[in-house]
Design a binder for this molecule. Structure first.
Ligand code: AMP
Ligand code: MG
Length: 403
């Protein structure tokens, strides 16, 4: 039997990186940057007020001593008048600081400033406090300087990255384009959700599990839930998807059963079927058809879930332009919160809930590959090495965090 790490390396060796395209920044969400972002504008772009108040010379601000208001500066307007000793300009948050001013006194810290706040500025204002230089002033470039490299190629774009792209002057960015992924669920016994179940049939879970994990990553997903184990129909579906997609995933039909359509149909197309030293998820398939990676996952939903996190999402990450993660780096160390027995011989991946006392299996019934009902509770997969007979409370345990 193959080790999990060997299978991981085989799967990742199929990765080809998706092409680079220029997209409007709002289309860059979830994509991986293919260029470094060098600021065209500083943040903030000009020195401005952090508060609604009065732009002043701090040295003129003496409690009780009146300042003459010479201008009203709303946000978005350029000041026209310089501040001289004894003067102030009413200023709104985000408005440029006028020449001569070195600080802003908050409107709440003045007498007379609050009157007519909605309409025109008062003729004069009386400070209630004294002020330090630079008080309530946001200086140009204090967050980001022009020419500063703020993000590097390989960064996955989040909404806050997009906000920063806009702030430093980018309307478009270079990213690796969205992946098109085909998903095929096989099984004569499968039915659509809500469909009446004849004895022996079950609702399809895998289509939703796999496509949901892909949607979360921002992939463009085409799902074919076949409700059949017919080889001709299956091969036709695969050939069509391979011609349209960057990656094709199948579920079911890879074990030792008599009607294992995926295995029997794709062997002759160059897909390898192997047994991996893991539980759940022992039967696995991988290969390339017409240059497109095809990963054949087992049928049981928990096996599918574990395989998605262990193999498919790391593969996707590389194909999306992200940095390759080594197998060992998928895991962090946690502590077992309870004991459970482990069948020797295969690495066990147990959906667990992380609690104060440590990780505990998400399903009270133990870890079975069809327990899709307890899966949503899991926050991590705990790895119990093949050589370990028991997990004991308090012992260190490797976990892979979900989401
Ligand atoms: P197989 O490898 O095709 O024999 O499938 C293994 C087990 O997973 C069987 O109990 C199947 O009924 C179940 N299974 C396969 N595909 C799905 C699916 N899409 N949703 C839920 N269970 C499935
Ligand atoms: Mg089947």
């Amino acid at each position: 039997m193959k080790t999990v790490e060997q299978h991981y390396d085989d799967i990742l060796s199929l990765a080809n990186t998706s092409p680079v395209i220029d997209v409007p920044i709002e289309k860059a969400l979830n994509r991986v940057l293919a260029e470094d972002i060098i600021a065209h504008y500083p943040i903030p772009p000009f020195t401005n007020s952090a508060m609604d108040g009065f732009a002043v010379r701090a040295q003129d601000v003496i409690p009780g001593q009146e300042l003459r208001v010479v201008e009203d500066i709303p946000a978005g307007c350029a000041p026209q008048v310089k501040i001289f000793p004894g003067q102030a300009s009413r200023i709104m948050t985000g408005a440029p600081l006028p020449e001569g001013a070195n600080s802003v006194i908050r409107v709440e810290d003045t007498i007379g400033g609050m009157e007519n706040m909605a309409t025109q500025a008062p003729d004069c204002v009386v400070p209630k406090i004294s002020l330090q230089k630079n008080a309530n002033v946001r200086h140009a470039g204090e967050d980001v300087a022009v020419g500063e490299k703020i993000f590097t190629a390989g960064t996955r774009v989040t909404p806050s990255h997009i906000a920063a792209f806009s702030a430093v002057g980018f309307a478009t960015v270079k990213v690796h384009r969205q992946l098109n992924v085909g998903v095929v669920a096989t099984g004569n016994e499968l039915r659509s959700p809500g469909e009446e179940l004849d004895f022996g049939t079950i609702p399809d879970s895998n289509s939703f599990l796999v496509s949901g994990l892909l949607f979360e990553r921002g992939a463009n997903v085409t799902v074919r839930s076949l409700h059949s184990d017919d080889s001709a129909h299956f091969v036709e579906t695969i050939e069509k998807l391979v011609s349209e997609c960057d990656l094709v995933l199948t579920t079911g039909g890879v074990s030792a059963g008599a009607f294992d359509v995926v295995k029997s149909s794709l062997r002759s197309h160059g897909v390898n079927f192997t047994k991996v030293m893991m539980q759940p998820g022992k039967p696995q398939g991988f290969g390339e058809i017409s240059g497109v990676p095809v990963i054949c996952l087992p049928g049981n939903p928990v096996s599918v879930y574990v395989s998605m996190y262990l193999f498919v999402l790391p593969l996707l990450n590389v194909m999306e332009g992200g940095k390759r993660i080594e197998y060992a780096d998928l895991f962090t160390t946690s502590v077992a919160g309870t004991s459970w027995k482990h069948k020797l011989g295969r690495d066990q991946f147990v959906p667990v809930v992380e609690s104060e006392r440590g990780v505990v299996p998400a399903s009270a019934g133990g870890s079975a590959s069809h327990f899709v009902g307890s899966l949503p509770k899991a926050t991590a997969l705990a790895l119990v090495p093949a050589t370990e007979k028991w997990v004991q409370p308090g012992q260190n345990i490797s976990i892979l965090r979900l989401r």
